[in-house]
Design a protein around this ligand. Structure first.
Ligand SMILES: [Zn+2]
Length: 128
């Protein structure tokens, strides 16, 4: 999608985070304390990225997951600002999502995907 179209489609924070590798302020996003049952999709292209079952409370103020949907994210070393971090982006549209850390709480993956709320779109599963 063209930069101009994206600027029109996305709100300023979402544009900043997904297209300029920004970070939303902690404890301000819409999903950091969300516990609904459902799936999280890329807020730019709609690709499915995370399942609510892998989300956990990290205390960081950003939504955190211990696992991404297979093939949905791209992982890349990010050395901006003199810090070595691992950047996580959408494998389909390249939107910046957040960072990956190796201090996850679960034994299954040991990973913590620290993701900006505005990069995500939650679709709740209908309650039965
Ligand atoms: Zn995407």
């Amino acid at each position: 999608m063209e930069k101009k179209e994206l600027q029109k489609k996305l709100d300023p924070m979402t544009y900043h985070v997904t297209q300029e590798q920004g970070t939303e302020p902690a404890f301000t996003g819409k999903y950091w304390k969300e516990h609904a049952n459902g799936s999280y999709y890329c807020s730019v292209c709609g690709q499915k990225l995370f399942e609510s079952g892998t989300k956990f409370d990290s205390g960081t103020g950003w939504p955190s997951f211990d696992k991404a949907v297979a093939g949905s994210v791209k992982i890349r070393q990010d050395e901006r600002y003199g810090m070595k971090r691992t950047e996580v982006s959408c494998s389909k549209c390249g939107a910046h999502l957040g960072h990956l850390f190796e201090d996850g709480p679960t034994e299954t993956t040991g990973q913590r995907f620290c993701i900006n709320s505005c990069s995500l779109d939650l679709k709740e599963k209908s309650k039965k």
